[in-house]
Design a protein around this ligand. Sequence first.
Ligand code: FES
Length: 571
Amino acid sequence: MGEPPTGIRKGLTNYGDAEFSLFLRKAFIKGAGYSDDALDRPVIGIINTGSGFNPCHGNMPALLEAVKRGVMLAGGLPVDFPTISIHESFSQPTSMFLRNLMSMDTEEMIRAQPMDAVVLIGGCDKTVPAQLMGAASAGVPAISLVTGSMLTGGYQGERVGACTDCRAFWGKFRGGEISKPEIDDVNSRLVGSVGTCSVMGTASTMACLTEAMGIAMPGSASAPAVTADRVRIAEATGTQAVALAAAETKMDTILTQESFENGLRVLLAIGGSTNAIIHLTAVAGRLGIRLSLEQQDRMSMETPVLLDLKPSGKYYMEDFHRAGGVPAVLRELGSLIHRDVPTVTGRTLGEEIDDAGPGFPQDIIRTLSNPVYPEGSLAVLRGNLAPGGAIIKQAAVSPSLLEHTGPAVVFENTADLAARIDDPDLEVTADSVLVLKNIGPVGAPGMPEAGYLPIPKKLASQGVRDMVRISDGRMSGTAAGAVVLHVTPESAVGGPLRLVQTGDTITLGVSRRLIQLEVSDAELAQREEAMGPAAPVVPERGYRKLFVTEVTQADEGCDFRFLQGSFVSDL
Ligand code: FES
């Protein structure tokens, strides 16, 4: 037995004659003008997720060129190839429905094509998790490169950015504070360039987590998409991919239990997106590591929010980059971070933190002794309404609603919501608790970001800007409010959420980690009997059928059961 094949000799098409397969492969690729010298180099695959439907990846050509330059500087042969690309606003029914499909595409194309390492270029919310999931399963050395955040825009002297400010302006429009011509004008000014959302939404959160977990270059998460820093990071990523190929460093070497713990720690400290919990759980699941909600909540109680970024704070990603980015957050977290974990650079995270140097005066990344919020941004809720858990971004809740009891106003699904939320006759007050059913992983399907229910127009026009809202769906990482999400198990598979009726009393107690339906067990049992067993609608064919049949609940990362690894450890 010789050494396993590398480069262009890897994974030959099987005709029963390996030498002929290689002969044929080289004949075809030479048609594109490659020399034997080039074809003898280590092959670095580069995933090109450029798409006319994905402006968050609009800088892909510049990044590809820079990554290729970096690969060639280190003596490798760069070869880019496409996979599915997903943009939040161009994905029907919802981007989450497509995340697992993209992860399968990523996994199989990495495995099918000959490459010694792969650069995963993603950015928009679901793309980075899909790539990490796929590459983790493919077992080829991989390094992540994000496209970077968009520049902020400006409106009437005010700095604005997508998409926290999109929601704020839309709320004002719904409340009659601004006119139709004004909202149309704002529409052209919210996004200053291509790139991912300019706040700490899901894309920015996942960018920070990949860096904190050591799977992307140090200092790489925060550089905006259209800056020289972003292009230099791309070049360095290409160069490092060649070193990863030589060392044969696979993802499971870097993404250990301690790395995931670092990822969770940073998620809590940056006021990150609730969606990231689902994504991290899914990536860890591919490597056989189970992330428990209890552990996340324990960590939340001891991890203050240090970053003053929208949606929970006031600054934008470009400010975060100037303030030092992820290395500065890691430095401030001090002993809360595992330092002795490997990274894609071949050095430990601790060595990279030390290398980033000391801090300097700024007010965007706070210290542990002067945090933005005393606990982690996210809290895990339990109670008879969510026996499998629910999530709330406590740092972004109006303080008066952190402890709240009120009567439920129930919507059976998104169509019911659209039909009635602005009905002037809807019996609702600012104290009501808005409940939306059937937007979970199976129910919608795909768990859309519809958990951020709009404030009923008649209340919005009275100045109401936040209410307690509860659903089994998700919320955009750029949104804020008293929004209880990921209620598990979801209503479509028989979770208690389906038993809630308009007029029931619901208690939210964030400090007690409580989400409780104040209805007796006997009454709930009666309702359950009257409704009969849950019968989720299973589509007749295709990916939709696969999705509904195989998707797991939020606490398992909404991955497909058959894609998860064998669980060997718990965090
Ligand atoms: Fe792509 Fe926000 S829509 S990152």
